[in-house]
Design a protein around this ligand. Structure first.
Ligand code: VAH
Length: 316
């Protein structure tokens, strides 16, 4: 059985439904700080869990006895700069509570990390698995500390902790929650609705990105990987593509020729993006557990526009 926290967020919404198809509805318990009326809540077990409340976690684990906890409850980079204490509280105290309940109940734990662990002093191109990590955002600080805490619980208490450093994630189900890479989701919605998009990052801002179906595969394949093959634990570089706003705009134009992009840079968010790598080296994940993404920018753009045009009922 699998307990997913933050199950109503950008990753959680799709991961819960995907895992219920694979492992069975009753074996995937979704949880979130508050209930919403949607398919995640209605298609299987749901619990109200605020990860900063240890009792919520103890109650949910005692009731459902999961063997794995996937912790997706987090405040992302841009929101985290507006509320650093909330980011520390949810990302760190929440993770600590998850690891403690996992230690006491023999649960494996997967908490996604992020390319946000890297900072201005990290090599920017083909960023290695093992390298300097001095992030300049509170979100990045919580992700580096989170990786170290998860490795500590693995080494000290033998808790089976595993994680991936996600790049920007693009999805067509739930919107992203306040991240630096969110532009790469909003641009598709705006392209269909208005045939134009005003980007808050400047052209030439390259960041690693990944389509959500590949992100879900990464979590599932890592958690099912043979532990004897894992040299690293928290967390693996994974990526599928790297592009800048001009690159994704050009791909959209192949489908919507009249689409235009213009720029109104948000310097605070630009500063975050500028502190992150341009491209990652994910060869360790490929070697140790067979990471192999399926979607590149061309395939993602076609699937995003096809799916969103049906969802929004807008022809293109
Ligand atoms: C963010 N989408 O922008 C998240 C992610 C690498 C980006 O961590 O904060």
């Amino acid at each position: 059985k699998i307990l997913i926290t933050g199950a109503l967020g950008q990753i959680g919404s799709e991961l819960t439904m995907n895992m219920r198809k694979i492992y069975g509805n009753d074996n995937v318990i979704a949880s979130s700080r508050r209930r919403q009326e949607n398919e995640v809540v209605e298609s299987g077990p749901f619990e109200i869990v605020d990860v900063t409340n240890p009792q919520h976690l103890v109650d949910a684990v005692k009731k459902h006895k999961p063997d794995t906890i996937i912790n997706l409850a987090a405040i992302l980079s841009a929101n985290g700069e507006n509320n650093p204490s909330a980011a520390w509280n949810i990302n760190m105290n929440g993770l600590y509570n998850i690891l403690e309940v996992a230690r006491e109940n023999q649960c494996a734990v997967c908490t996604p990390s992020s390319i946000a662990v890297f900072g201005p002093s990290t090599p920017k191109d083909n960023t290695p698995q093992d390298t300097l990590m001095r992030p300049t955002t509170m979100y990045g600080v919580t992700k580096v500390a989170g990786e170290l805490l998860c490795d500590y619980y693995f080494k000290k208490f033998n808790v089976d902790t595993r994680g991936v450093r996600f790049p920007g994630l693009i999805s067509n189900v739930a919107l992203p929650g306040g991240g630096t890479t969110d532009y790469a989701v909003h641009i598709y919605y705006e392209a269909l609705k208005n045939k134009k998009y005003t980007c808050f990052l400047q052209k030439g801002t390259y960041m690693d990105m990944m389509y959500m179906p590949d992100a879900l595969d990464a979590i599932i394949n890592l958690m099912e990987a043979d532990p004897t093959k894992l040299v690293h634990r928290n967390a693996f570089n994974v990526t599928a593509m790297s592009f800048d706003p001009e690159g994704i705009a050009a791909e959209i134009k192949k489908h919507i020729p009249e689409f235009t992009i213009d720029y109104n840079v948000n310097q605070d968010i630009q500063n975050i993006a500028d502190s992150w790598p341009n491209s990652l080296d994910d060869s360790e994940a490929r070697e140790q557990w067979g990471w192999n993404p399926k979607y590149d920018l061309t395939a993602m753009t076609k699937d995003m526009l096809d799916t969103l045009s049906k969802k929004l009922n807008i022809q293109y």
